[in-house]
Ligand binder design. Structure first.
Ligand code: NAD
Length: 485
């Protein structure tokens, strides 16, 4: 019998499901059991061509609609997503293994927020009038054209919407390639947009690995590429986009600092560290995986952290009581287990976890290392799993310098009751998305993105509009033209 997660076909192009079984089969494995629940096929060159030519053809008419009309469609799509939240959350859980307890509140809901927010902004995308005596200049905010979105595997619904919603609001069309690890959810986003009234071809989904992503990025018809992925992939995609002078948004990896001062509220700081390391089993780009704890509070912090981490419920992700799911794939589990071994070898003190959980699926126990030093591998490399490194510090000046000593710059957080210090520390940290007495909140109203190797551009908020549109300026002369000859 076909599993309920199996989509009707692999791709969604020009308003309908499309299949081409000549493409390499991609198995979809449910991480909680290891069972194959679906198969899709990587896009063949013919599918890539179909998607790009369709999106190119659909864009002009879409951009000519009024912002109010485009916005209404996006907001209708948001309503449909909310009505179907339960089914979409179950699919997200099948796609990623994340527990339903999370997916019910963080995935289709976050996607719907983006569709609603950018739907609301679509009608207000205007230029300005610049008076120059008798003459004047006016500006127009125009669509970029055909955009390509490429997703990572941790938030397949959210990533499709965070890219698709602002792109479409500005009058662009999009070809979206989900991660080959989680190909299912973006197809539902495409289906819902069509149901909400989007013209066929403005949002298309094609499957495949990096090769398909590469074919999309290098096509001369593409005007912009928005990638969510790792730094090494980001470098390749950025370079390929530069060849064609294309616009880019790069949402890449991190190794973010979370700084906890002695005067912090202990339970809030522990809660922030848990949210910033164990949500989605640690598979979150903005995670605060270097937890710097001031020496005076350290042992109390570790004791409370170990106690609360012991309350994590590992189990069937479809059971809403489960609060901690598996790694997305066996491969990712093995990478993370490798880092845990490195942590032990390099002399970090294991506080809790530290091994694969004794159950089916790709579960790793939530793991905390203390006495981690700046040189250790677990303090330098992005692990993308449930491994928290706790490092000690004495002074503010010292911790800021150490926090910034990394190629990454996605996020940063600080816990303290001293607000002057909180703002000063955040002001000195090299990071794009920061938190004071909180961690990992990502409302659509707030800009999201990194500095340094963590990325270029911003998603969400009014900032995203700038990255999916461009300004045309028009000089209007009212009098005669004065020429030299
Ligand atoms: P990845 O870099 O392996 O893959 C990301 C996407 O790029 C996939 O769809 C992949 O098929 C595609 N790709 C790979 N090579 C390509 C190429 N040469 N040309 C075009 N496309 C190519 O990342 P992943 O393992 O799927 O995701 C984990 C990474 O993503 C982590 O580093 C994480 O921090 C990052 N991430 C960042 C954010 C953010 O918003 N900053 C969010 C989620 C994940």
């Amino acid at each position: 019998m076909t599993h309920p997660a199996q989509p009707k076909a692999s791709h969604f192009i020009n308003g309908e499901y499309v299949e081409d079984t000549a493409g390499t089969p991609i198995p979809v494995i449910y991480a909680a059991t290891g069972e194959q629940i679906a198969t899709v096929h990587a896009a063949t060159p013919a599918i890539v061509e179909q998607a790009l030519s369709t999106a190119k053809a659909a864009q002009k008419a879409w951009a000519k609609m009024t912002g109010t009309e485009r916005g209404r469609i996006l907001r209708r799509a948001a309503d449909i997503m909310r009505e179907r939240n339960h089914d979409l959350s179950v699919l997200e859980t099948y796609d990623t293994g994340k527990p339903l307890q999370e997916t019910l509140v963080a995935d289709a809901t976050s996607g719907a927020d983006a569709l609603e927010y950018f739907g609301g902004l679509a009608a207000s995308l205007t230029g300005e009038h610049i008076p120059l005596g008798e003459d004047w200049v006016y500006t127009k905010r125009e669509a970029l054209g055909l955009c390509v979105g490429i997703g990572a595997w941790n938030y397949p619904t959210q990533i499709a919407c965070w890219k698709g919603a602002p792109a479409l609001a500005c009058g662009n069309s999009m070809v979206f390639k989900p991660s080959e690890t989680t190909p299912l959810c973006a197809l539902k986003v495409a289906e819902i947009l069509i149901e909400a009234g989007a013209p066929a071809g403005v949002f298309n989904v094609v499957q495949g690995m990096g090769e398909v992503g590469g074919a999309l990025v290098t096509d001369p018809r593409v005007d912009k590429v928005s990638l969510t992925g790792s730094v090494p992939t980001g470098k390749k995609v950025y370079a390929a986009a530069a060849e064609g002078m294309k616009h880019v948004t790069m949402e890449l990896g991190g190794k973010s600092p979370l700084i906890i001062f002695d005067d912090a509220d202990l339970d809030n700081a522990v809660g922030g560290a848990i949210n910033g390391n164990f949500y989605s089993s640690g598979q979150v780009c903005s995670n605060g995986t270097r937890v710097f704890v001031q020496k005076g509070i350290k042992e109390k912090f570790l004791a409370r952290l170990a106690e609360r981490t012991g309350n994590a419920i590992l189990g069937d992700p479809m059971d809403e009581a489960t609060s901690f799911g598996p790694m997305v794939t066996e491969n990712q589990m093995n990478i993370v287990l490798g880092y845990i071994e490195k942590g032990k070898e390099e002399g970090a003190r294991l506080i809790c976890g530290g091994k694969r959980a004794d159950m089916d699926g790709y579960f790793i126990e939530p793991t905390v290392f203390a006495d981690v030093t700046d040189e250790m591998t677990i303090a330098r490399e992005e692990i993308f799993g449930p491994v928290m490194s706790v490092l000690d510090f004495d002074t503010e000046e010292e911790v800021v310098a150490r926090a910034n000593d990394t190629e990454f710059g996605l996020s940063a957080g600080v816990f303290t009751r001293d607000f002057t210090r909180a703002h000063r520390v955040i002001g000195n940290l090299e990071a794009g998305s920061c938190f004071i007495n909180s961690y990992n909140d990502a409302p659509v109203e707030a800009p999201f993105g990194g500095v340094k190797a963590s990325g270029v551009g911003r998603e969400n908020s009014k900032e995203a509009i700038k990255h999916f549109s461009q300004v045309k300026s028009v000089y209007v002369r009212m009098g005669d033209v004065d020429a030299a000859f």
